[in-house]
Design a protein around this ligand. Sequence first.
Ligand SMILES: [Zn+2]
Ligand SMILES: [Zn+2]
Length: 745
Amino acid sequence: MIVGVHPLAGFDKLLHYRVPEPLRATVEVGSLVRVPVHARFHLGIVGEMGAPKDFPVEKLKALSEVVYPFPALAPDLLALARWMAGYYAAPMDAIIETMIPSAVRRGMGLKQEKLLSIGRRLEGEELSGLVRKAPQQARLYTFLSRQLKPQPKGLVLRRLGIAAASAAALVRQGIVSEESRRVERVAYSDDWSRGELVTAQPHDLNPEQAAAVGGLKGALAAHKFSTWLLHGITGSGKTEVYLHAMDAALKAGGGAIFLVPEVALTPQAVARLRSRLEAIAPGHRCVVWHSHLSEGERLDAWLALVTGEARVVVGARSAIFAPVRDLRLVIVDEEHEPAYKQDEAPRYHGRDVAVMRSKLAGALCVLGSATPSLESFANATSGKYRLAELTQRVDGRRLPSIEIVDMRVEAMRQKGLATLSRRLVEAIRDRCERREQTILFINRRGYSSSPLCTKCGHVESCPHCSIALTYHRSDETLRCHLCGQERPAPLRCPKCGAPDIRWRGLGTQRVEEAVHRLVPKARVARLDSDTMGRKNRFREILGEFRLGRIDVLVGTQMIAKGLDFPNVTLVGLVDADLSMHIADFRANERTFQLLVQVAGRAGRGDRAGEVVVQTFTPQAAPIQFSRKADYAGFAASELEPRRSFRYPPYRHIIHHLFRGPNPEKLKFFSEQWAKRAAEVLGDRVELKGPSPAPIEKIKDQYRWQLWYFTPSVTAVIGELAKLRAEFAWPDDVTQVLDVDPVNLV
Ligand SMILES: [Zn+2]
Ligand SMILES: [Zn+2]
């Protein structure tokens, strides 16, 4: 018997081994095994049974161990791993390591508990004989015969004062039976025991929700792959629809995966979801899966799913690899979130992998959002995905109003650049009087700065790529990060001639100071990457804010998500331009999403909410459409330039980053490579660059980049990867391929 094994830890290939006789019964495709590679032993996953024809079988080494008596990677996950290796040009071992928790890979010991129960009932003479001859054994027998459930061995023997040998004698005779059970650690158990408020009552479905649930149930009943986009405005009750679909999947005997962006995975959100799920589908345990689990917790979660004890998993990105058996349903909530993209190897997109896993498992995939990504929306309108819409809020309340403040006018009136407009200051004062709370956002993405005229709102953009140009301080130039075009940075606005060109956005600290100065009574706190670094401080601030000890919270967009503060009735977006005019073709989409999501947060309690947006470009599409929460209008306006410049969803993008300590050498090799790639791939790709990356140097490593635009990743990626492996790279140049990147800066 021969098997092909994917060894882990740095081997991107399939190696073949002989299987010794005693191990044959337990080896199958997906088994976690230990094999000799060179002079050492490594873990690996069995990828195939048998060997290619004419394989020199005699020389094969023998497999040395089978770690678990069941496959660690189910066939659908193995197929998914192979798809990912191809599509993302990522090594197979890295993907398998992402799929199987490290504790599992190390074959970490399982915490076992032994249980005793009655194996055979004793009657008359046999029973009295036992009582006479072996009083200890009789005592144990009598105790167990009165129990309804198996009893923990250690505890019982200690309590009754019975020797282990006596118990063993009974087990040998079959009078008592002994079994092992895993002892489980439940993630978030501390939050349960603290009795945190988990009030999640089932609601009646409104007609739109009922229609959506009906559609999803029909798809589940068909028991074959399809993808649905659930487009529902904020507060329209998408979660309720998900829960009904999960109930149907469970009742059909299947399993389900529920993905949420990592940022939304707060203990409260998980607890709420769990309790609702357990109410709607009693008896089903729901496993939690995210990056903050301890190794033991992760192992337990994994085992509970592999053994079928649990059939539902709720988690962040990596939960898409959870070994759910008989997978029928995959839900991706907030599917537009960039957090689904992993930005370290393997660089996969959780949403896209979710669709592929559903396809391989023959499951239903539901992508949900109030502001779907344009990729998913395009798939829904082209008929590739089915579309379900929720246009009504469940509480019947209107969305909070969004008020736009034109900062050009403000600059004129206040005679100089203002951080906070008079309108916003007034609104903050008003909230302080009423003991309500305010959140001020600064949407800082990346570091890049594009020049913006504070007089007319003009932003310089690349004529070839329609993205904002970025200012490079080192040589005073404006550059396009896609095509590399550059020009000297202007001193005056090219449109209106004003000298008021602004290069840098505001920091959270400056906003905090402005609030202090203008609303001295307000108690202000700041949450940004500084405070994020210190975990306790972050929690502390949120805790104080929840308790009402802080009036105004200033922070970056990280506080926009997953947090529910019913007393917040004012949300201010201090600098909408920072997110709109950056060198990324998705800048408008992100800004629209942020505005709509932020507006959905304001006034969730019984008070009306208000949103104030400060901008130098009030006429910009994301601002105008978000004001009316007009997703369709926004999508139509945004898809037009995407089509003419052939950006996603009309083509795929692959990003290639080159790094090295020597800038000239790096430039030379990235240019040589680009030539080579263009020669071989021909018109299957359009190349943009190479050009210096937006961050030109990190830790003494210079960075250059190249973009490939292609209608089909699969048509080029194999060749690109092969070509890359063959190319004569110097030792000090490293590179990274990123397929379907979500951030261009
Ligand atoms: Zn101007
Ligand atoms: Zn360009």
